[in-house]
Ligand binder design. Sequence first.
Ligand code: CA
Length: 527
Amino acid sequence: MRFTLVVMLGLSFGLGLIVEVPASAADEAEAKRPNIVFIFTDDHCEQALSAYDPSRITTPNLDRIANEGMKFTRCYVTNSICGPSRAVIQTGKHSHLNGFIHNGNNFDGSQQTFPKLLQKSGYQTAVIGKWHLKSTPRGFDHFDVLIGQGPYYNPPMRRGSNGELKKTIKHTGYTTDIITDLALDWLKDQRDADKPFMLMYQHKAPHRNWQPGPKYLNWLDDVTISEPETLWDDYANRASPASNQTMTIKNHLSAFDLKFTTPGNLTPEQKSLWNAAYGPKNAAYQKAKGDMSKKEIVQWKYQRYVKDYLRCVKSVDDGVGRILDYLDQNNLADNTVVIYSSDQGWYLGEHGWYDKRWMYEESLKTPLLVRYPGVVKAKSVNDDIVSNLDFAETFLDLAGIEVPEDMQGHSLVPLFKGSTPKDWRQSFYYHYYEFPGAHSVARHYGVTNGHHKLIHYYQLDEWELFDLKKDPNELKSVYGANGYKQVQVDLLTELRRLQRHYKVPEDTTPLPSKKPARKQPKKAVPK
Ligand code: CA
C-alpha cells in the first residue's frame, strides 16, 4: 500500500508539494500476505477428477490447479462424513475435541476457528455455498450459505456476517452456478481490495442425490462408464460390518436417487427440460427391464448413478474455471493460494457401494490440489500422509499467524515448498462415530501407515488388518494371519499411542446388541 502526503514546505513559499512516501514495512508485508481461495466440494472423490483418474471424466479446470501446482496423493480425512470434516477444517482438531462427531451435531461456533484468527489478523473472510454445520457461521465478514444440505435447484440461502443472519434470499437457477455467481460477486464488488482475503467457495455438489444442471442432463448418454474392479464384492474375508451396511447400488439406491421421480422444487421451465431428458431414458429402461438379468439391472443402476454424479462434477469444474479465470484476469493469481479439496472420498461403485464413512481407502482419501505461484512447483506430486486436520494450520501459516498449540495438525506450507520436515507423520488416526445412522456403518477407529491398516469395530470388538501393497482393494483382512503378527502388534501400539496423543476419550457408548431399556411410565413428580 502506498499513500500520498501533501507536505507544506514553508509557509513563505505558499506552495504545497506532493510527495510519494514509501509504505511502511508493515504495509509492505500486509500487501504480500497471500489471498486464499479454498475451493471445497461435498463427496467428490479422486475417481471422478481427471488429475487423479482420467478413466471416467475430464475436469480440465480442476486439473489446471494440479498442472500449475501440487497434487497430494495421500490426503486422509479423520472422520469420513460431511459435517464432521467441515468442523475439523474449521478448528484443526479431531471430532472428539471440536464436538462435532456426527451429522446430528450442532457446531459450537464460540470455539477457536481459523477464519476468526485470520479475521483478527486483518484478513477479510467469506464463506459462500454449503456450510452444513447448523449454527450460524462465525468469523466471516460475509456469508451466503445454503440451509442444511440445500437443494440442487432454486436454493434459499442465508446471508449475513459475523454470526449475524441478515436475510434469507430465494435464488432461482442451478445451485452450483449460483454459488459460483455469488463467489464472483463477492470477489468483484464486496470485498475491500486493500486487505488480503480468504474465501471459502463451497459446493453442495456432487452430494446425493446428484441432480445435474440443465446443461448436462443428457451429457454422457451415449457412453458407457467403466465399472470398478470391486463392483461385485461379496464382503467375504472381512469383519461383519462390510456385509451389514446398507449402501449398495444393488439394493439401497432410492427411486429418487435413480431419477424415477422428478424433483418437486423445479420451475416449469426446469421441469420441462428435466422431464424431456429423464422421461425417455426412464421409459426405455422400464420397457427393457423385463428382459434384463439381475446383474444387468445392477449395471444399469450403476450407469445411471455414476453418470448423474459425473454430470454434477462437470458443473463444479465449470465454476472452478470461472473463478480461476477471474483471478487471472484481475491480476490476483500470483498472490493467491488456490486450494481444492472435498470433505471426504466416496464410492463410485467400489465394493458395490455409493456413500462414504469407512476407513477403507476410497472414503478415507480426499483430493487435495494446491496452486501457489512462485512457491509450489508446477506439476509437483506429494505422497506424504496429510490430512484435513492440517488445513487450518496451513491457512494460518500462509497468513503468517502463529499456529495455536491446541490445534492438532501441521502446516503443509513446508510441503508446498518441496521440503517435508524429517519428523512428518508416518501414521494416521481415524475415527467414525455415526452408528446407529444412515447406511448402517459400524463405529470404528483405526490406524494406517500407508502400507498396512488396522481397523477396530469397537462396539463389536471385531478387527481387520489389510496389507495395502498386496491387497490395495482391501478385499481380505489378514488380522491374526501367519506372517502378520509383528505388523499387528506394531500397529496396535501405534494406534494406542495416537489415541493418547490426540486425547481420545474412551468410548462408553453401550453396545448396539444390547436391547434398549423399555420406557418406564412416567411417575408423578412430587411438587
Ligand atoms: Ca460429504
